[in-house]
Design a protein around this ligand. Structure first.
Ligand code: AMP
Length: 400
């Protein structure tokens, strides 16, 4: 079965198409600057030459149409016919408390996804546009929604309730939701496979460290706590997001500088984190380079970043009553041996004894201690395609 995976951002569309019988990637790419006359499409068919085009793309529907036309084009295409696409998996950022897993989309489900827009006003609307365009352009395919929040719906209230007026939860559903769920679930599963142990027998801490970063405690196959909260702003220090801070700080600055909520929102989301500390650099490669050349602020950014990660590893080992495996994934987690070394330093009391050579060589297993430390590449698109297959198989079972 061929599954198209769509990830629609506010002005971008990332796509991949898989032949899922063999879990084989056929092509992928992206359209960026949607809404502009100089939008750009990058198309990468596996085993063939990539294609780049600059052209006007009015909206997400036009972007999906462009991708479909490219996929069936006699020169560039990898499909003989658009009907070969049997299912489409849509990444949806926020599923609120409505969605505890992936679902096949119908009109009623789409209405429920729309009801979650209030939780992610920037992210869910483009996801919904992608779904609507896909229903219109690929009506013969099954459409499945896969939520960033769903994996964390197993958290108990002791993990998701904030120390705020309880009515805020009851009336406004203000609580910890957590994000990056597809990635945490994917790498936790892979960790169990690598360790050849049942997923449900393990205590795993997954560190998704990219431009956005989060950590999850996965006990016996379920997320029991995670660092991101009501929004993806909480938790770790990230590329441009502040992560955990004293909530009185923004109130103080808003009053002193007469800032509006949206100005403060931009400061916390776009001007803080590593970029805030270094004075503009949020790319970890640059930060490592400048720290190595003696920049104290860049060195400080690295230390603040890794200390926060270490604190959460300790916290989650305590919450789970131990740890069998620590997993590093995403851009930084997969590539930065420096970050992994700094995080693991001093964690010997948790059974973490880093093998320096294995770490430098980016091996899968990088600890000699009783706790496994694993470097596992995440693949959110493949995880979404796998979810699509699972949802459709479940539905077929019900029909039988
Ligand atoms: P992601 O959001 O998962 O794409 O990750 C982006 C982050 O990964 C950026 O901060 C990059 O600097 C970082 N990154 C990618 N490659 C490397 C590398 N080889 N060494 C250190 N950091 C890297």
């Amino acid at each position: 079965m061929k599954v198209l995976v769509l990830n629609c951002g506010s002005s971008s569309l990332k796509f991949r198409i898989y032949q899922m019988d063999r879990e084989e990637l056929l092509a992928g790419g992206l359209v960026e600057r949607i809404g502009f006359d100089d939008a750009r499409m990058i198309y990468r068919p596996v085993g063939r030459e990539s294609l780049e085009k600059t052209l006007p793309v009015k909206d997400h529907e036009k972007a999906i149409d462009l991708v479909l036309k490219t996929l069936i084009h006699p020169d560039t295409g990898i499909l003989g016919n658009i009907l070969e696409i049997e299912a489409v998996g849509h990444r949806v950022v926020h599923g609120g408390e409505e969605f505890t897993g992936s679902v096949a989309i119908n009109e009623a489900v789409l209405e429920r996804i729309k009801a979650c827009v209030k939780f992610a006003p920037l992210h869910n609307p483009p996801n919904i546009k992608g779904i609507q365009a896909s229903f219109w352009l690929i009506p013969f395919a099954r459409q499945v929604a896969v939520f960033d929040t769903a994996f964390h719906q197993t958290m108990g209230p002791e993990a998701f309730i904030y120390g705020l007026p309880y009515e805020w939860y009851k009336v406004h559903r203000i609580r910890r939701y957590g994000f990056h769920g597809t990635s945490h679930q994917f790498v936790a599963h892979k960790a169990a496979e690598i360790l050849e142990k049942p997923f449900k027998s393990l205590k795993i801490i997954t560190c998704h460290l990219g431009n956005g970063s989060s950590i999850t405690a996965v006990r016996h196959g379920e997320s029991v706590d995670t660092t991101m909260g009501f929004t993806p702003l909480e938790g770790l220090v990230m590329g441009t997001r502040c992560g955990d801070i004293d909530p009185a700080i923004p109130l103080h600055r808003m009053e002193e500088d007469q800032l509006t909520p949206s100005q403060m929102d931009a400061l916390l989301n776009k001007k803080s984190g590593l970029a805030g500390i270094t004075g503009g650099d949020n790319d970890l490669r640059t930060i490592e380079e400048k720290a190595a050349k003696g920049s104290e602020r860049h060195q400080l950014a690295l230390e603040v970043f890794t200390r926060r990660i270490k604190k959460y590893i300790g916290a989650y080992a305590a919450v789970m009553g131990g740890i069998d495996a620590l997993v590093f994934t995403a851009g930084i987690g997969e590539n930065s041996d420096t970050v992994r070394r700094m995080v693991c330093e001093g964690l010997e009391f948790l059974g973490i004894e880093m093998n320096e050579t294995a770490n430098r060589n980016h091996k899968t297993r990088i600890s000699d201690g009783k706790t496994s430390v694993l470097v596992i590449p995440t693949n959110e698109e493949l995880a979404i395609a796998e979810e699509v297959i699972e949802v459709l198989e479940r539905e077929n079972q019900l029909v039988k």
